[in-house]
Design a protein around this ligand. Structure first.
Ligand SMILES: [Fe+2]
Length: 255
C-alpha cells in the first residue's frame, strides 16, 4: 500500500482508509470512535506515543484479507451504510445481549457472595443494555428513516428545520454515554482479565463482553465518522438548493 497518509490525518479517516488500523488503535487505547476527528498527531500526543512510529506500525500491520468490518465503508452509499449498521451491528448487539444477560446472572449467583464487585458489573451491563437498546430504537426509527428519505429525495418537508441536526447531536451524546458504560465494564473486569477462580461461564462472559466492546467501537465509529457527516452534508445540500421551496433564507446562508 502506498503511504499517502500522514500524522495530520484524523484517526477516524485512518480507520476508514487503512484496513487493520482499528485493531492497532484498540491495542493502543486510541479512541477512533468518539474522538475520530482528532488527528493521529493529537491523539498520540495525548497518550505519549510517537505518531510517526504509530503510522509506520499501522501500515506494517495491514491484514492481507480485511474482515467485513475493516472494509472501507466511507466509499459505500448511504443505503449500504445503513443496511450494514442495521444488519451487522444492531444484529450483533441484539444477539449478544440476551446470552450475556444469562451468563452474568449465573456468574453473580455462583461467585457474587465472595466477589461483590460482580454485582457492580451486572448493574453496569444492565445500564449499558437499557440505554443502548433505547438508542438503537430511536436511531432506527428517527435518524435512519430520515436519512433514507433524504437520500431518495422523498418527503423533504420538515427536514430543513434543523431538527435532524439536533437529533444527530443527541445520538452522538448517547454514543459517548455508551462508551462511558463500556469503559466502566472494562474497569470492573480489569480489562477482561480472567481471574484464577473463574469457571467456564465466567470465561465465556468475559470473552463475549470483550467482543461486544469491539463491536460497539466499530459501530460508533461508522456512525459518528461516516454516516452522520454524510447525512449532514446531504441535508445541507438539499436544504440550501434555491429551487427547494422549504429552505428558509437562514438555511440558504449555510451553503
Ligand atoms: Fe448509534
Amino acid at each position: 500500500m502506498e503511504n499517502t497518509l500522514n500524522t495530520s490525518n484524523t484517526i477516524g479517516d485512518l480507520v476508514n482508509k487503512i484496513p487493520g488500523s482499528a485493531a492497532v488503535f484498540e491495542e493502543l487505547g486510541l479512541d477512533y470512535y468518539c474522538q475520530g476527528n482528532s488527528s493521529l498527531a493529537e491523539a498520540c500526543g495525548q497518550l505519549g506515543y510517537d505518531p510517526d512510529e504509530i503510522l509506520k506500525g499501522v501500515y506494517n500491520t495491514v491484514p492481507e484479507t480485511p474482515s467485513r468490518c475493516e472494509r472501507d465503508l466511507s466509499k459505500a452509499n448511504m443505503q449500504r451504510l445503513l443496511d450494514h449498521v442495521t444488519e451487522e451491528h444492531y444484529g450483533f448487539v441484539l444477539g449478544a445481549t440476551p446470552l450475556l444477560t444469562q451468563l452474568i446472572k449465573q456468574v453473580v449467583t455462583r461467585h457474587g457472595k465472595s466477589h461483590p464487585d460482580l454485582m457492580e458489573l451486572q448493574n453496569a451491563f444492565f445500564l449499558l443494555c437499557g440505554d443502548f437498546g433505547h438508542h438503537m430504537l430511536k436511531e432506527e426509527k428517527l435518524l435512519h428513516k430520515l436519512t433514507r428519505q433524504v437520500e431518495t429525495g422523498e418527503e423533504m418537508v420538515n427536514l430543513c428545520d434543523g431538527r435532524p441536526e439536533k437529533q444527530m447531536e443527541v445520538l452522538k451524546q448517547e454514543h459517548s454515554n455508551t462508551i462511558n458504560h463500556i469503559n466502566e465494564i472494562r474497569r470492573l473486569t480489569n480489562g477482561y482479565a480472567i481471574p484464577e477462580y473463574a469457571c467456564s461461564r465466567y470465561r465465556a462472559m468475559l470473552k463475549r463482553m470483550k467482543k461486544l466492546e469491539l463491536d460497539l467501537h466499530r459501530h460508533i465509529h461508522e456512525e459518528n465518522n461516516i454516516i452522520y457527516p454524510r447525512a449532514l452534508k446531504i441535508l445541507e445540500t438539499s436544504c440550501s438548493t434555491p429551487q427547494n421551496p422549504i429552505a428558509t433564507p437562514s438555511q440558504n446562508k449555510r451553503a
